[in-house]
Design a protein around this ligand. Structure first.
Ligand SMILES: O=C(O)c1cc(=O)[nH]c(=O)n1[C@@H]1O[C@H](COP(=O)(O)O)[C@@H](O)[C@H]1O
Length: 237
């Protein structure tokens, strides 16, 4: 089982999660609980997945004042996640506070979850960034800047598109991780994602983890979609 592939469980009920994992014949090792599932099922879903021996990325994308980010992370640390995240746009003080909260919240003897910073969402385009949220310049430069800020704040890595992995690796310290959604298997619809590539290309670009959801979970035959993806990754094509 490949721990570098994180399956996004974007469902509203525990039953859908259980059915999805069963249909994938327990081949998945790392899953992501995002806002949709966490708001619906609460932290119990994280415990359930952990009890099944899975690694869990709890993707709540915290973005708040430093004190609130710190408290949120302190609470979140108790749920046994392997990876959690904040928005880099919250700034250096917020990211440092989040790290502090996480360290304070973990129980004695357990290791801290990886703390990852979200750069520019993979649904965002250069035009959206320039014209709507009024960040000038090239999107790739903003992502690189956010990544170096996250690195400076002591985060373990960032979320970005796989297309930006080479520049992120250039501007951050060794072992700084990249977690990349915006993944589509060949032929599946992009939907709301903008900065997209295939699983094979993402690993070629040097990513540490890919996050993939609908290409698998909404496929007509999820087990086949998963098996085909794994084969293409193994064969590098
Ligand atoms: O933090 C994330 O996981 C995330 C950041 C980002 O920039 N883009 C992004 O798509 N995600 C998440 O990654 C998953 C991608 O799902 P699919 O587009 O269905 O493969 C979703 O659960 C998103 O919430």
């Amino acid at each position: 089982m490949d721990e570098r592939i994180i399956l996004a469980l974007d469902f509203q009920t525990k039953d859908e999660v259980v059915n999805c994992l069963a249909s994938l014949e327990n081949q998945v090792r790392y899953v992501k609980v995002g806002l949709e599932l966490f708001y619906a099922e609460g932290s119990a879903i994280v415990s359930l997945l952990k009890e099944q021996g899975l690694k869990v990325f709890v993707d709540l994308k915290i973005h708040d004042i430093p004190n609130t980010a710190k408290g949120s992370m302190k609470s979140l640390a108790k749920h046994g996640a392997d990876m959690v995240n904040v928005h880099v746009a919250g700034g250096l003080a917020m990211m440092e506070a989040a790290r502090e909260g996480l360290e304070q919240g973990i129980s004695a003897g357990s290791t801290s979850p990886l703390l990852i910073g979200v750069t520019m969402l993979t649904s965002s385009s250069q035009q959206m960034m320039n014209e709507q949220i009024l960040i000038p310049g090239r999107l790739e430069e903003t992502v690189a800047h956010y990544a170096s800020l996250a690195s400076q704040a002591g985060l373990d890595g960032v979320v970005a598109s796989p297309l930006e992995v080479p520049i992120i690796k250039q501007v951050t310290r060794t072992n700084f991780l990249t977690v990349t959604p915006g993944i589509r298997t060949v032929g599946s619809a992009f939907g709301d994602q903008t900065r997209v590539t295939t699983p094979v290309k993402a690993f070629e670009l040097g990513t540490d983890y890919i996050v993939i959801g609908r290409s698998i979970t909404q496929a007509e035959e999820p087990a086949k979609a998963w098996a085909d993806m794994m084969k293409s990754i193994r064969e590098g094509k």
